[in-house]
Design a protein around this ligand. Structure first.
Ligand SMILES: Cc1cc2nc3c(=O)[nH]c(=O)nc-3n(C[C@H](O)[C@H](O)[C@H](O)COP(=O)(O)OP(=O)(O)OC[C@H]3O[C@@H](n4cnc5c(N)ncnc54)[C@H](O)[C@@H]3O)c2cc1C
Length: 402
């Protein structure tokens, strides 16, 4: 197997690595993944100019190492989400997540991006009776809240080509896209509109000073009017606000992808198993892409920034595929890779000003950043532009965590 993300077969556009960095500028965005480029895109739309994006080791970002799912909700099922937040708040947040997911579709349409976007649904497949019960209860809660969702019984799931599974929840409106194509498309728009972009600039510290923010980097310091932290799991490495509060902690996710298969999959759209611990997709060229299994590792893959794939997880994923897919041909695995996600201490992202009114956060997606980053960046741009925002914004306000 090749240690390389399938998605990065499409070349990632990266920034200037040679020129001297500006010592002074307007808004600096730290991170060029889905959050960073989306923040740049939306801030320009709100009329800000003089925006600079910085990144470090850009190819390692989770944004190009995910499974391409753009899913309603968050990492929890509606049942778990309701237990965590109560029905009314869960309903409000779920509704907002739908808007956020649809924003990806709207932007792709507006910019006419070739990003392999398909709004073809999502199946949450249970692999034991307890999960099956939770699936049914989640469908009931979603329907009660007025959202479209349906339960599919185990015999139907079997007919769809899965084995050793129970029933599933079906979500019609969830989607998928090619993360590198989407991100590159947004970045091109940002650069076309005068945005600046420097790669391989390691930010080591941030602090508010009398009339701005000072960013310390290994290529020199930058003074700017405002900063957007769009580094998700990595934010704590240079932001004392994130480090001191333990807001977003790193954990490693891992994916393997097969050679193109002859097998005709009945379900090609995003699907997951075992409370979302395994997640999968059939690529445009008919490969099985499957990730997860970290809950079976001794460390749960928590607290690391190392993106070397773990062989124990690779093996677990291969065996999982054999156990749960009815595929007659032998599967040869071609790609393996890992990436670092950020787990939020509140289970929700942090969007808005931090303890400094010049340092903003757009981070903390707990494994759902392809779904959440683009719309979250729009919310941040609205906040920075002083616009009225949706009432749910209060749940993401980093200031609540003083
Ligand atoms: C295996 C895996 C599967 C996933 N599957 C899905 C999925 O199917 N659907 C979904 O919605 N989400 C999924 N996710 C999560 C999703 O990919 C992330 O939440 C999302 O990409 C986060 O985007 P981001 O731009 O905020 O952060 P990242 O993509 O992690 O980008 C961080 C940025 O910060 C920069 N940076 C870091 N440190 C520094 C520094 N010191 N100085 C300067 N720059 C720095 C990096 O260069 C990078 O540009 C998955 C993640 C993984 C790893």
């Amino acid at each position: 197997m090749r240690n390389f993300p399938y998605w990065l077969e499409v070349e990632l556009l990266t920034g200037d690595t040679k020129s001297k960095l500006p010592t002074q500028n307007g808004i600096t965005i730290i991170g060029s993944g889905l959050s960073g480029v989306s923040a740049g895109y939306w801030l320009q739309k709100k009329g800000f100019d003089d925006i600079t994006i910085l990144d470090f080791k850009p190819h390692e970002a989770a944004s190009y190492r995910n499974c391409g799912h753009i899913l309603y909700g968050t990492v929890e099922s509606m049942k778990a989400f309701t237990s965590l937040h109560g029905f009314e708040k869960a309903k409000e947040l779920w509704g907002y997540s739908i808007q956020i997911c649809h924003q990806v579709r709207e932007t792709i349409k507006e910019l006419k991006l070739e990003a392999d976007y398909k709004q073809d649904g999502y199946l949450v497949i249970s692999i034991d009776e307890t999960e099956d019960k939770e699936c049914k209860e989640s469908v009931e809660l979603l329907n009660k809240a007025g959202f479209e969702s349906s339960y599919i019984a185990s015999d139907e799931i079997k007919k769809l080509g899965f084995k050793n599974c129970f029933g599933a929840r079906h979500e019609k409106g969830s989607a998928q896209a090619h993360p590198v194509k989407f991100r590159n498309g947004l970045l091109k728009e940002f650069l076309k509109n005068g945005g600046k972009y420097y790669s391989d600039v390691e930010v080591t510290h941030l602090q508010e000073v009398s009339d701005g923010v000072e960013i310390k980097t290994k290529r020199g310091n930058i003074k700017c009017d405002a900063v957007v932290i769009a580094a998700n799991a990595y934010s704590k490495l240079f932001s004392p606000f994130f480090a001191q509060r333990g807001l977003v902690e790193p954990f490693r996710g891992q994916i393997i992808t097969s050679h193109p298969l002859k097998h005709q999959f009945k379900v090609k759209h995003p699907h997951s198993f075992d409370h979302g611990y395994e997640y999968a997709l059939i690529t445009e060229d008919n490969r099985l892409m499957i990730g997860g299994w970290r809950n079976h590792s001794e460390t749960k893959e928590v607290g690391t920034f190392d993106i070397t794939p773990n062989p124990y997880i690779e093996k677990g994923l291969q065996e999982f595929a054999e156990r749960h897919y009815e595929i007659s041909e032998k599967i040869n695995w071609q790609y393996t890779w890992a990436g670092i996600m950020g787990s939020s201490s509140t289970s929700l992202p942090f969007i808005g000003p931090t303890n400094s009114d010049r340092i903003f956060s757009c981070s903390g997606y707990t494994g759902h950043g392809f779904s959440w980053a683009h719309g979250s960046a729009l919310l941040l741009a609205q906040i920075m532009a002083g616009e009225e925002t949706s009432d749910v914004a209060k749940y993401f306000n980093p200031k609540q965590l003083k």
